[in-house]
Design a binder for this molecule. Structure first.
Ligand code: NAD
Ligand code: DAU
Length: 348
């Protein structure tokens, strides 16, 4: 069972497992279909694999619904992606993050503990973020032993869920693995996050809001590489262990936005200068973490995974995907997102 499989990374993960691995079983996509969950992300997969892909709408905070689905399919592995995932939203409304990310993870853990009892041939994989480690200065990297220091309601809720998963390993012997990843980019990324937001604004000729001085740094990884990392941990990882996953690819936000201007200009056959002039510095995100950078040497050395996609090519593929899929974009931005954006960002 994949929770949150209709979201950005979950959908890419399901696509990856069904089309690019030797997995022969069935995947149950358990998703509440919030504003961020879109079954259309896997419409072709549903057609192509009618016996091996099933969507079950449900809330991970609903113990009965979770237990029923686990029982119905006799689920023997959970890849837990479902979460509220957008930092800006967590600043505006932390309650839903506490509910989904903490209470939801707890509900799932209790349900699998009950279903699996003493079974050893099972696995709960928890998908988490590098944001739990806090903020770096100019030097250093996050390793698996970096102390937790979350700064936003989002990262605090993810940190709490990580601790619950570890507690279930140590206290109840539940078979768990965990991964903490840096910023993902690629197709099906909900357009409130930096990269798709900028591509769509460029397409419409709208100004590009860069928070603060634009010097905050993120470590970007192509989403399919993240899917491969999670699959690698689920199939080769050591129970109870955490694996950091990153792109070894640090970018200041402003520089990244400038590169996106150039890539989008080339794709649309327009002069880059026209796009670069759309950049605007806007008030900073409160508590904005300065720098994230992952040391992923553990998963590289112990499990043989490495980031594959070269950033320039990954960005070109991503720009091309958004420009080629206006209907997908229209569908996702015409719903809750637009209303939320209008309500909360009109002041920026
Ligand atoms: P997303 O917001 O695109 O998707 C989240 C999915 O979870 C949606 O399909 C949504 O409908 C579903 N969901 C939300 N609440 C639910 C609930 N109560 N019950 C069932 N389903 C629910 O998120 P994403 O970017 O794909 O992130 C997936 C996971 O990866 C999250 O746990 C996130 O913390 C983690 N992560 C994300 C990134 C990133 O760069 N996006 C990086 C590292 C880790
Ligand atoms: O590091 C992993 C995390 O990456 C994940 O855990 C989160 O789920 C995911 O949303 C992402 O969080 P960020 O806050 O880093 O991503 P976001 O795309 O929102 O912002 C990336 C950077 O760009 C960040 O420094 C804030 C900045 N930004 C963002 C937006 C939306 C801007 O300057 N302008 C914007 O309009």
């Amino acid at each position: 069972m994949v929770t949150g499989g209709a979201g950005f990374i979950g959908a890419n993960f399901i696509r990856y497992v069904l089309t690019k691995t030797d997995f022969t079983g069935r995947i149950i996509n358990f998703d509440k279909l919030t504003y961020a969950g879109n079954p259309e992300n896997l419409a072709d997969i549903a057609d192509q694999y009618p016996a091996r892909y099933v969507l079950e709408q449900g809330d991970i905070c609903d113990p009965k619904r979770v237990a029923d689905v686990l029982q119905k399919y006799q689920v023997d592995a959970v890849a837990h992606f479902a979460a509220e995932s957008h930092v800006d939203r967590s600043i505006l409304g932390p309650g839903e993050f506490v509910r989904t990310n903490i209470e939801g993870t707890f509900t799932l853990l209790e349900a699998v503990r009950d279903l699996w009892k003493d079974r050893k041939d099972v696995l709960f994989h928890h998908v988490s973020t590098d944001e739990v480690y806090g903020s770096l200065g100019q030097e250093g990297y996050f390793t698996e032993t970096t102390p937790y220091d979350p700064r936003s309601p989002y990262s605090a809720s993810k940190a709490a869920s990580d601790h619950l998963v570890s507690a279930y390993f140590h206290t109840y012997g539940l078979a768990v693995t965990k991964s903490n990843c840096s910023n993902n980019y690629g197709p099906y990324h909900f357009p409130e996050k930096l990269i798709p937001l900028m591509i769509l604004k460029l397409q419409k000729g709208e100004t590009l809001p860069v928070y603060g001085d634009g010097k905050n740094i993120r470590d970007w990884l192509y989403v399919e590489d993240h899917a491969e990392a999670i699959w690698t941990v689920m199939t080769k990882g050591v129970l109870g262990e955490t694996y950091n996953v990153g792109g070894e690819n640090e970018w200041e936000n402003l520089k990244l936005v400038q590169v996106l201007c150039e890539k989008t200009a080339v794709a649309l056959g327009r002069p880059a200068q026209e796009f670069l002039s759309l950049i605007r510095f806007v008030p900073d995100r409160p508590g904005h973490d300065r720098r994230y950078a992952i040391d992923c040497s553990k998963i590289k050395k112990e499990l043989g995974w490495k980031p594959r996609t070269e950033f320039s090519q990954g960005l070109e593929k991503t720009v091309a995907w958004y420009l080629a899929n206006p209907e997908w974009v229209q569908n996702v931005v015409s719903g809750a997102y637009k209303t939320w954006l209008e309500r909360n960002y009109s002041a920026r």
